[in-house]
Ligand binder design. Sequence first.
Ligand SMILES: C[S@@+](CC[C@H](N)C(=O)[O-])C[C@H]1O[C@@H](n2cnc3c(N)ncnc32)[C@H](O)[C@@H]1O
Length: 322
Amino acid sequence: MNILSWVIYIPLQILFLPIVILGALLVAYKQIVVSKKLGLSMTAIEVINGRWTMHIFGMREDKATVSLAAALPNTSLFGLWLCLFPLWIKHKISGRLALYPRVPELGSETIADLIVARTLYFDRVIERAVGQVDQLVVMGAGYDMRAYGKLQCKNVSFFELDQPSVQTHKLASLESSGIASEHVTFVSVDFGNENAVERLIESGFDTSKKTLFLWEGVTLYLSEADVRKTMGDIRNTAPAGSVLLADIYAERFIAFAGKGSRKKTLDQTGEGLDFGLNFSTNHDEVLSEFVESESMSIGETFFMGRKNDKGPFVVVVEMTIG
Ligand SMILES: C[S@@+](CC[C@H](N)C(=O)[O-])C[C@H]1O[C@@H](n2cnc3c(N)ncnc32)[C@H](O)[C@@H]1O
């Protein structure tokens, strides 16, 4: 079946090329132009598009993402279907994942795997850690739907932090897609100008309870000073045993993704890239030095693309407090 799937996929993909281009244009228009017009995050759309794709290809059940994505004005599911249809047909015939989306071997990820692999690594740590905490804080939540899926049955209080415009829009979209959100406390914050933990406390965050902080796809948009300040605020407030789970990017990724036409696109929604670490040599040591300089200790790590001669392009890192 695998050979048959390639025999059907290759001509179908070639025939579909104009349709794929049309789909990509539709997705890009919604993501860039509509997000800019509505003052929303276009990078958060990239993530929900990736997680929608994972669900559609049977990699990760996430019905809440599918419902929310259908209600968002700044993505086009029709466009995504046009882009992915030949790959989806191939997947249906072979029952396997190939090209995109796929589950790469740890260390062999490419930039095309970023959202999919990062989501899987975050999921893995969350699944283990969530049973040991009482609160879960999604920082820079965007359209993350973890608080509305299977984690909801865990005995934890949920908080979501984001910029006011993104958060207000998410709340309205949750309501219009009929997704209950009463169990989540929404706290608007700008990591650059505010103390995120103070804002959390004002909203009922309990500083005596162990907490899992998710900071997925956010540090790269902040300055090093703002990343360190937020880490310090968490360390000084959350009790021992709390965990900060984040992705931290290589300087080479920031330089590559933050220049040329990609930079111009990111500038449209004020999402220029900034913080990164130099992972070109001794990436383990570089990460340890950074995390220990903030008086946290390293738990599990996933260095993505570490088999590349230039070193990993990002790490998903579990950092423990106390
Ligand atoms: C790439 S999205 C990631 C969304 C989400 N964490 C996920 O994985 O689905 C980045 C998010 O960070 C938020 N963000 C970026 N800079 C921020 C800041 N200075 N303060 C608060 N949120 C910020 C954006 O609004 C956006 O929702």
